[in-house]
Design a protein around this ligand. Structure first.
Ligand code: SF4
Length: 259
């Protein structure tokens, strides 16, 4: 299902198909397939927000973050213009990430509650974070065409993670609707009618093969400021979904936070 690409990292790989997550992340970082998003991410990196005027923005696609043998996958929407598009790591350097990483740490899925920049020492426990769109979109709204263009990266990421993956938490309806066809492309059978997104939604997908395990799909409202400032999503609500997913994935938290 993986399409062949012509980027510099891709041509180093056999047939242009990443064979490891490291190769995949390198190839994603060089992608320029969506003209509108390439233009926007680079414009934001050039103009910058005044508060970050002295920083060098990443200004490129943001690859997934977390160990290659993760049991739990967290799927967001797309990098934020002055967050991950600045720092180069998923959910790092903005208020959404503050909420997410505090909850991950509190549930023992991250070694620290803060994420400020690559190299800040943050490590995830059995958890990887990715997105269906790897470039920051204007107004945080990728088009369906851009989502579809980026889809092959997530399909390959899932194929490479599939052996160990036990659960996925999807943040928001856009991620949910994006992920279902990706899971189908990567070999899972999606029930009909398609499961609907909701906070706390839980679907168990049957194993891809007799030697596999089921994949648990859980929904959570997105950690956007729109949701967290209004109280639509509280830290307790997010932690409950993460805790349930970690339990279903059989993760033994290693960095338990407070209460
Ligand atoms: S959104 Fe995805 S497909 Fe489009 S340029 Fe970025 S990495 Fe490439």
């Amino acid at each position: 299902m993986m399409r062949r690409a012509s980027c510099v990292a891709c041509v180093r790989m056999t047939d242009g198909v990443p064979g490891t997550l490291g190769e995949l992340d390198a190839a994603v970082s060089e992608c320029r397939a969506c003209p509108r998003l390439v233009s926007w991410r680079e414009e934001v990196a050039r103009v910058k927000r005044a508060a970050y005027a002295d920083q060098t923005y990443w200004g490129r696609p943001v690859p997934g973050f977390g160990p290659v043998d993760a049991r739990l996958l967290i799927v967001g929407l797309a990098p934020a213009a002055h967050g991950a598009n600045r720092t180069g790591r998923m959910f790092t350097g903005d208020r959404s990430g503050d909420v997410l990483y505090a909850a991950l740490h509190a549930e023992g899925l991250a070694n620290q509650p803060t994420a400020t920049h690559r190299g800040d020492g943050l490590r995830l426990c059995d958890t990887r974070i990715t997105a269906p769109v790897h470039c920051a979109p204007p107004a945080n709204k990728p088009t369906t065409g851009e989502r579809d263009e980026c889809r092959h990266w997530l399909v390959r990421e899932l194929e490479l993670l599939a052996g160990g993956l036990r659960a996925a938490v999807v943040l928001g309806a856009f991620g949910w609707q994006s992920l279902l066809p990706v899971l189908a492309d990567a070999g899972w059978v999606i029930p009909r009618p398609r499961p609907r997104f909701g906070h706390g939604a839980h679907v168990e997908l049957p194993p891809r093969s007799p030697s596999d395990r089921p994949l648990h799909l859980l929904g959570s409202y997105h950690v956007s400021q729109q949701n967290t400032f209004t109280g639509r999503l509280t830290p307790a609500m997010l932690r409950a979904v993460l805790r349930a997913a970690a339990d279903l994935a059989g993760i033994r938290p290693q960095a338990a936070g407070p209460g």
